[in-house]
Ligand binder design. Structure first.
Ligand code: SAM
Length: 345
């Protein structure tokens, strides 16, 4: 593999176009797998430029497909590029790129959701969390049904400083359905403000850096695409376990159009709901009549800190799930109805 510190500029030799590669290897997009390809290398160059300075960087590209973004990354003078692609049809085309960039491109036929990146790059790249980010970047244009669960998983990794973040504050540049990109970056009070906004923004600096019209893809998806860049924060804005923050945020957004006390109330068993919700909001100094979208990350910080104390005082509280209580109540009521019916017969 190439070592870092090289001064010469690398350019790929002339190659067949991505369109020709698709024809040559019969890479028709599998619609059911939401495969939409970027064929315009000016556009892929732009995405890669927006990811930051990649000189001598170690890059992890997820879902390279026919290799448009892959080419732009290789032309950005990186030290090494590791790609993980699930669909075996793309491997020969990627192999051709690897031959054109000797020692730079490492191909893994695998699934990004399970691939362990933590030992793939040299130990020497590791940085302290408080230092500048390591020279490692994650870049990817994945199907929308993969990118959202993946970012949730990676946000949890940021909070635990494991997975791709064993190297430090690894930066990520990923594509999402435009609407999801807007949710990820939505400010307090905006229409798009959601669970995803709070979960991303308490852990990362999140920037919607580019919008790509749907017609730039082949085949054209029904929606436009947003490119989002994430840089993990030195200090998360909420210092509580990821699962606890996720639970508070998820419950708060349960009833989007109602006052926030409605959703937050679902954190507590029905028998103590009114009293405990009042206590939570009072100690956190949060106005119960704010809507979920009006809650800032610092409101969530206070709510999570108080909820944590309440969980420490009541060891059963964190495991409480209002859906479970509802389900039990329903089946108990059903049991009573059935008994009455039997008596009548
Ligand atoms: N990056 C290419 C581009 O921009 O033209 C391809 C984009 S296409 C939307 C998504 C790619 O991700 C496909 O090549 C698909 O096979 C791959 N992919 C989908 N799910 C994956 C997974 N779980 N792990 C690795 N690759 C995946």
């Amino acid at each position: 593999m190439a070592t870092s510190g090289t001064l010469s500029t690398f350019r790929l030799p002339p190659l067949p176009t991505i369109r020709e590669i698709i024809k040559l290897f019969r890479l028709q997009a599998a619609k059911q797998l939401s495969q939409n390809f970027l064929l315009d290398l000016k556009l892929t160059d732009k995405i890669v430029r927006k990811a930051g300075n990649l000189t001598d960087a170690y890059v992890y590209e997820v879902g390279p497909g026919p290799g448009g973004i892959t080419r732009s990354i290789l032309n950005a003078n990186v030290a090494e590029l590791l790609v993980v692609e699930k669909d075996s049809r793309f491997i020969p085309g990627l192999q051709m790129l690897s031959d054109a960039a000797p020692g730079k491109l490492k191909i893994v036929h695998g699934d990004v959701l399970t691939f362990k990146i933590e030992r793939a790059f040299p130990e020497s790249l590791k940085r302290q969390w408080e230092d500048d980010p390591p020279n490692i970047h994650i870049i990817g244009n994945l199907p929308f049904n993969v990118s959202t669960p993946l970012i949730i998983k990676w946000l949890e990794n940021v909070s635990c400083r494991d997975g791709p973040f064993v190297y430090g504050r690894t930066r990520m540049t990923l594509t999402f359905q435009k609407e999801v990109a807007e949710r990820l970056t939505a400010n307090t009070g905006s229409k798009q403000r959601s669970r995803l906004s709070v979960m991303a923004q308490y852990l990362c600096d999140v920037q919607h850096i580019l919008t790509i019209p749907g017609q730039a893809f082949v085949p054209k998806p029904e929606v436009d695409v947003g490119v989002v860049r994430f840089t993990p924060l030195v200090r998360p804005r909420i210092e509580q376990p990821f699962k606890l923050v996720e639970k508070v945020v998820q419950n708060a957004f349960q009833f989007r159009r109602k006052y926030c006390y409605r959703g937050l109330g679902m954190l507590f068993p029905e028998i103590q709901r009114v009293e405990s919700t009042g206590k939570l909001l009072e100690l956190a100094d949060v106005d119960p009549t704010l809507q979920p979208s009006q809650l800032s990350v610092s409101h969530f910080k206070s709510l999570c800190d108080v909820y944590r104390k309440m969980c420490d005082e009541d060891p059963h509280l964190f495991a409480y799930n209002f859906r479970e209580e509802l389900r039990k109540k329903k089946s108990k009521n059903q049991g009573k109805e059935d008994a009455k019916e039997r008596e009548r017969l």
